[in-house]
Each structure stands twice: as C-alpha cells, then as structure tokens.
Design a protein around this ligand. Structure first.
Ligand code: BDR
Ligand code: CA
Length: 310
C-alpha cells in the first residue's frame, strides 16, 4: 500500500529535489502540495510548485494550494542568496502547452491539509519542508482535523549542532519560531529531521559528474542547473563544494524510516527576540518528538540518485 502524503514546502532548490524524489517514488501517493512563505515570497513559491510539476509531469495531478504569505509574527526572511532570485537557481523549465500539472484548490493550504486528513483519518503523512506557518494555522483553525493526520515529518532545527541562518538557529524554524513552538507542543506524532542529520547527506562534484550528469534527462539537467554547478570549476553556486539534501532526506525518511536513527526527546523553540531567536532547546517534558540524528548516507544517496532516472 502506498503512503498517502501531503508536502508543505517553500520551493526552493532542495524543496524542488524533494518533490522530484517524492513523485518518482512508488512507495508514495502525493495527494497535495501546499506552499508557504519561506525561501522566497509565497507568489514565487506557488509559481515554482507549478514549474516543478511541469518538469515532473505526474501521472496523477495533485491538488495545490497557497498558504501563508508571512510568518505568524514579524517580517518574512528570504534565502534568495542561496536559492537564486527565482528560488530555483535560475534553472529553465519548459512549462509546455496546455493546462497545469496541479489542480488548484481555491481555499488556503491549511484547509486542504485538514480536509484531506479528515477524508483519510489516520492515513495521511504531512511532510513540512518549509517554515511551519501553515501547520500552525491548521492547529489554530481545525485542531480536530490536524489530529486525523497519521504523522508529521518536519525538516527543521539544529538540535545538537550549530545553525545555518544564525549560529544557533536553522532557517525553517528561524523564519517562524512561534509557529514551530505551536506545532511542537500540539501533541501530534512528529518526526524531526534537523541539520544534525541533514548535514550528513550532500551532493559533491564527484557525484554530480559521475552519477547525475550521465543520466542526461530533463531532471538531471535541472539538478545541474538549479545547483549552479560549474563544470569547469567543479563547484556549486557561490563556489560551494557541497549541496546539502535537507528536504530530500525528509522525503527519504518517509519512504524508508529505517534510513535513520532517532531519539525521542522533548524540545521547545526560543521565541524571545534576541540572539537565540528560533533556537531549538532540549527540555524535560512529556510532549516528545522523534528526532533523527544519524542517517545511512550511502543508502539514502543511492535512493535519491536512482530516482532521478525516468
Ligand atoms: C531548510 O531551509 C531552506 O532553505 C531549505 O529549503 C530547507 O528546507 C534548510 O535549513
Ligand atoms: Ca525548504
């Protein structure tokens, strides 16, 4: 039986790779994709969801919905410097003729999430690979509907390691710490993939040249372009030597939970403004979440690379 999933995302280069992995995985049935403000403004996120769908051309068109265009509190923080002005590293996607590859849901993202959860009680996995604003809105507006979810698998946080947007905080949690705190204290069955584990999986020049480039299909060309890979210099955009697969790993954890080792711990998010804003803090408490700390990186990379093929 395929796992029914919804992906809440802020596309974003690694979000795009996560969508490709999800749609190319026979283990999953992607019912919907919802967009949230994050790496780029919501309007661009929604355009990018549709662009990536026209690259993937899924057999079954998922529902797509727009979500929050700002965090619960404070101003948006974008990551254009990392994901490019358009959020997809400037990679060209031919959107082709005819209608779109997603069915547009007229309401907000959180209504689509709880609506599908209610249709399939105890069966739906929600993957959240952007800031947690839409999930928090779902909890505010329809907590009963959110309790129909089977599980929530989240990319976010730096638990026992340093952050990536500040020394203490990871991007998704930093953008909306209030939403994250609301989600972690809600008592939902949560699995968290923080930087502690996502920093263990990355593409490097060797993998790009030996494994991705020879595939030579529209997907592999998109990977090379969106990562800004320079064949002459053997470097990614901004001269980077690695490209971390944060969001794809989160999808990998849903496809095969045995890829990771977890610890069940209680956490909270620092929501006081200051240098710790958005930091994850381990606490003693009953509201525990499953946190992934180790991954079988070769096995995950094999899964990811094999699914770039048609
Ligand atoms: C997370 O932040 C975003 O930039 C990525 O898409 C990923 O979800 C990593 O910190
Ligand atoms: Ca993301």
């Amino acid at each position: 039986m395929k796992k029914k999933v919804i992906i809440d995302c802020d596309v974003g280069v690694d979000d795009a790779l996560a969508l490709i992995l999800a749609f190319h995985s026979p283990e999953l049935e992607v019912k919907a994709i919802t967009g949230v403000n994050g790496n780029v403004p919501l309007d661009l996120v929604f355009i990018n969801i549709q662009k990536v769908l026209s690259l993937i051309r899924p057999g079954q068109r998922p529902l797509i919905a727009r979500g929050a265009d700002r965090p619960l509190k404070g101003k948006p923080v974008y990551a254009h410097s990392f994901h490019g002005a358009d959020g997809l590293g400037g990679a060209k996607i031919d959107r082709g003729e005819g209608g779109g590859w997603g069915q547009i849901f007229p309401g907000p993202a959180h209504e689509l999430i709880t609506g599908i959860a209610r249709q399939h009680p105890g069966e739906l996995t929600l993957m959240a690979i952007g800031p947690l604003t839409n999930i928090a809105l779902g909890l505010q507006k329809d907590p009963e509907g959110m309790r129909k979810l089977k599980e929530v698998v989240i990319m976010g946080g730096a638990v026992r390691t340093k952050g990536n947007i500040t020394p203490r905080a990871e991007f998704n949690i930093f953008v909306d710490p209030l939403a994250a705190q609301m989600v972690f204290e809600a008592g939902l069955p949560i699995t968290l993939a923080p930087l502690d584990v996502t920093h263990q999986v990355f593409l490097n020049p060797q993998l790009l040249e030996e494994r991705v480039r020879p595939i030579n299909n529209s997907i592999s060309r998109f990977v090379i372009d969106s990562l800004g890979y320079d064949l002459a210099r053997h470097r990614f955009r901004q001269g980077r030597e690695k490209f971390h697969l944060h969001d794809p790993l989160t999808v990998g954890v849903v496809i095969n939970p045995a890829l990771v080792e977890k610890e069940k711990i209680a956490i909270q998010v620092e929501t006081q403004e200051g240098e710790c804003w958005g930091k994850i803090i381990e606490i003693s408490g009953d509201q525990k979440v499953e946190v992934c700390f180790k991954v079988d990186s070769p096995k995950f990379l094999e899964l990811f690379l094999s699914r770039l093929e048609d």
